[in-house]
Design a protein around this ligand. Structure first.
Ligand code: MN
Length: 341
């Protein structure tokens, strides 16, 4: 009986662990009042304990029991366009705020900027002051809620972007991609109690809390983060465009519906030309990829010409078209495979 009790206690414990939340609210690195006078303690408390906590809880709820429990935060963000608004907003909210707390510190706890980051800022923005002016401009012109970012682009350069709501530049819905190393929250919940509607005053205050030592650490980490290469590949828009038309014509053809392919073969060929003329990610810009893209373009031309050719035997033509689109689909995946080598 006693043994049985232990067993059931163990099972309860295991099921508790199995159901445990995937994401946790990180502690603030400093006391609530340590950010004063630039951000007041009550704002910090509500911002962290209520807003950020809600993003974490809602994210855990949304992914609980789904395949998303097992994938990384980077993947949640990167393919945000395929996720629900709930996942997109709350994964973004959790990531963005975790970064924000990391880079804020009271003056006496701030570390110095690294010479590498200083050099990169000077060469791109001429000085820290003009970088700050650029970020402030992005932050103050962001309509409604959102963030202003300093990011490392897939080319390893610094850039300033801004995104609405809880989006960020890792997400595929962002036109400009990169790994954020500094973010300024311009939601009213970040400043309203102290600054009311005066976003500009909040912005001039917040720079007193930016810990350039922490931003420097994030800069160094971003430059060697494999995510940078993933972002570059994911940002090859011509291949995404091509893929869309390919999927919308090939998959129906697999189910013997040739209407999409027959009506869109010209578009497929046009996208193949655009793809051939686009610039692949640096890591995939080699002869093998170029050679495969040339074959893909030719294959799509052949498909388009066959579609246009009058035929007495439509069945036979469909069989031929299926063979040809299957081959085009194979070449497309060959290109994708070469990009992931
Ligand atoms: Mn916020």
């Amino acid at each position: 009986m006693k043994k049985l009790f232990h067993l059931s206690a163990l099972i309860t414990l295991f099921s508790f662990i199995a159901n445990a939340q995937v994401y946790n609210l990180p502690n603030l690195p400093f006391g609530l009042a340590d950010y004063e006078p630039f951000v007041d303690a009550q704002t910090m408390e509500i911002h962290h304990d209520k807003h950020h906590a809600a993003y974490v809880n809602n994210l855990n709820k949304a992914i609980s029991g789904t395949a998303m429990e097992k994938i990384s935060m980077n993947d949640l963000l990167m393919y945000a366009s395929f996720r629900s608004a709930t996942v997109r907003n709350n994964a973004g909210g959790h990531y963005n705020h975790s970064l924000f707390w990391d880079i804020l510190a009271p003056k006496e706890k701030q570390g110095p900027i690294s010479s590498e980051l200083q050099k990169a800022i000077d060469s791109k923005f001429t000085s820290i002051d003009s970088l700050i002016a650029t970020i402030n401009k992005a932050a103050s012109t962001r309509f409604g809620s959102g963030w202003a970012w300093l990011v490392v682009t897939p080319q390893g350069e610094l850039a300033v972007y801004s995104t609405p709501n809880q989006d960020n530049p890792i997400m595929d819905i962002s036109a400009e991609r990169g790994i954020p190393i500094l973010g300024i929250d311009v939601w009213e919940h970040a400043y309203y109690l102290k600054y009311q509607n005066k976003r500009a005053d909040y912005l001039s205050g917040i720079w007193n809390l930016i810990n350039w030592g922490a931003v420097s650490d994030k800069y160094a980490a971003a430059l060697t983060d494999p995510l940078l290469k993933e972002l570059e590949k994911d940002n090859w828009l011509a291949i995404k465009d091509f893929h869309k038309v390919m999927a919308q014509t090939f998959h129906p053809a697999e189910e013997k519906n040739f209407a999409p392919l027959r009506t869109r073969s010209g578009e497929l060929y046009a996208k193949a030309i655009l793809l051939k003329n686009s610039t692949p990610p640096t890591s995939a810009n080699n002869e093998r990829v170029q050679e495969a893209l040339t074959r893909l373009e030719k294959q799509c031309l052949d498909i388009h010409q066959l579609v246009q050719k009058p035929s007495k035997d439509e069945e036979k033509k469909n069989t031929q078209l299926f063979e040809m689109i299957t081959k085009a689909h194979d070449i497309f995946h060959e290109v994708e495979g070469l990009c992931h080598d």
